[in-house]
Design a protein around this ligand. Structure first.
Ligand code: AHR
Length: 508
């Protein structure tokens, strides 16, 4: 039953544009972890699974539906043990190593720099390379930049040509370190800041290739870490801009219903665990505002970007799978966690310039899961597909007049989340309804410019635990939605329980 009292009454001023929502807020992340790279992206040139030069064709085909803007690689924690020169040259001759972070398994380095760049080209995504500060050297990192991006003659450009690539690639996004307070070296913030300044100096712009250097940042609400980075990396640069050394600082935030030792199951959870998950997902708003406020103090004109380059749900691994492989299912609940994050990203688009959900295939909150030669699109995949119209669109802030709320773990949260943007003569409105037990009415006044022809799509299921499997790939899929009315400027929706709805309208 839909409660006739609106769960959300709001207004959107179509003639008052907000900032551009960078498409890079829809970035993905591929780490050498479990079955993300091997089996997920890479099956090798001798595989029976259909592939393009060793890269899985079905995964590429699915991800192309998402307009993936950038792909972060090779980690994560793995990045701080990765030595890029081990991953070039004839595959059978590449040195092997132990992936100590993830399952203690042997890494054969068959997927390296050239394979990653080929994958980005197939996806139409920009590469985001995360470099090794924890156990690498400044020289090693500097040479990687040269290998990838240098035109003309130089030792690394020659080495690249010897390995079959004449022209340099374009690589903009360059991560300096990863979680340096933990797996990236157990460093203190001032210690990492000094190292980061040094590494950034030697991460050179070659020719026209301008790097966008991202300093590895805080966990969750460690605003002190962001403060130290901002102070050490963006001030004291003489008459140079705050973004002279670094163009962004990052932070990471994961959502779970329990704690790190028992995170909760992906598909079997109580109502209380469901609501705790949603409270924690919505908490990302506070974190974005908190880190942005610290940055404002050092960089009031917002020249340095904030990057949330790891986010998403983290559950206990699926029973019977390797605990070090972080393989989890993905239910309707995960989809709603994703959609409320995306609303928060749109609202913070003035400072947030980059975000990467963890991770793309077979690990954590994945877009697709593979099983042998079969592939399934997750509910989270569908949220990204339904939301891709927000990429590079102009944000339209949603002004909330009234909203239904609920107290979860002593914190009051809104049970409906919404965001909107405009691009190419269209307006796209996203609405998430969190309550899994009842429908809800939403009323949004789209004022300031005329709109017409609403076309709506819904993602929902009979339970928030529902998920897709290779045998039932369509348990949670987007469907046309007709419980939508546009009367003058008033958009009214009757939302099903636990649902994500997008409405595309034509301007004029
Ligand atoms: O995404 C999995 C891991 O989570 C990453 O390797 C690390 O950066 C984070 O702790």
């Amino acid at each position: 039953m839909t409660d006739p009292t609106p769960a959300l009454v709001a207004a959107i001023d179509l003639d008052v544009p907000g900032p551009i929502i960078s498409r890079h807020l829809y970035g993905q992340f591929a780490e050498h972890l479990g079955r993300c790279i091997y089996e997920g992206f890479w099956v090798g040139e001798d595989s029976d699974v259909p592939h393009v030069g060793g890269i899985r064709a079905d995964v590429v085909e699915a991800l192309r539906e998402l307009d993936v803007p950038n792909l972060r690689w090779p980690g994560g924690c793995f990045a701080d043990e990765y030595h890029w020169q081990d991953g070039i040259g004839p595959r059978e001759q590449r040195p092997r190593m132990v992936n100590t972070h993830w399952g203690d398994v042997e890494e054969n380095n068959h997927f390296g720099t050239h394979e990653f760049m080929a994958l980005c080209e197939l996806l139409g995504a920009e590469p985001y390379v995360s470099s090794n500060v924890g156990s690498g050297s400044v020289q090693e990192m500097s040479e990687w930049v040269e290998y990838l991006t240098r035109t003309g003659d130089s030792p690394m450009a020659r080495l690249r040509r010897e390995h079959g690539r004449d022209e340099p690639w374009t690589v903009r996004f360059w991560g300096i370190g990863n979680e340096p307070w933990g797996c990236g070296g157990n460093l203190r913030a001032p210690q990492f800041a000094s190292l980061a300044r040094q590494y950034a100096t030697y991460a050179r712009d070659h020719g026209d290739n301008q790097l966008y250097r991202v300093a590895a940042g805080a966990a969750d609400d460690d605003y002190a870490w962001t403060e130290t980075l901002m102070k050490e990396l963006t001030t004291g640069l003489g008459d140079r801009s705050p973004r002279a050394l670094f163009q962004a600082v990052s932070f990471h935030y994961y959502t779970m219903s329990g704690g790190w030792s028992a995170k909760g199951s992906a598909t079997s959870f109580t109502d209380a665990e469901y609501w705790t998950t949603m409270r924690r997902a919505l908490h990302v708003r506070e974190l974005l505002a908190g880190h942005a406020a610290v940055m404002d103090a050092y960089d009031p004109t917002k020249q340095v970007g904030l990057a949330l380059d790891e986010w998403g749900t983290w559950w206990d691994v699926e029973p019977g799978t390797n605990p070090g492989f972080l393989f989890q299912q993905n239910a309707l609940r995960d989809a709603l966690v994703a959609s409320v994050h995306l609303d928060a990203f749109h609202d913070h688009a003035d400072r947030l310039r980059l975000a990467n959900i963890a991770q793309t295939v077979n690990v954590l909150q994945a877009m697709v899961l593979t099983d042998g030669d079969r592939l399934v699109r997750t509910p989270t995949f569908h949220v990204f597909a339904m939301s891709r119209g927000h990429q590079d669109a102009v944000a339209l802030p949603v002004r909330v007049v009234e909203r239904a709320t609920r107290v979860v773990d002593d914190v009051e949260i809104g049970t409906v989340s919404a965001s909107a943007s405009t691009k190419d003569g269209h307006v796209l409105v996203s609405v998430t309804h969190l309550d899994p037990t009842a429908g809800a009415t939403v009323r949004i006044d789209l004022r300031g410019r005329p709109v017409s022809a609403p076309v709506a799509t819904v993602l929902t299921a009979t339970s928030a635990q529902d998920h897709n499997t290779v045998d039932h790939p369509d348990a949670v899929v987007p469907l046309p939605f007709d419980a939508v009315r546009l009367t003058g400027s008033m958009l009214e929706l009757d939302l099903p329980p636990a649902s994500f709805v997008t409405v595309d309208l034509t301007l004029g």
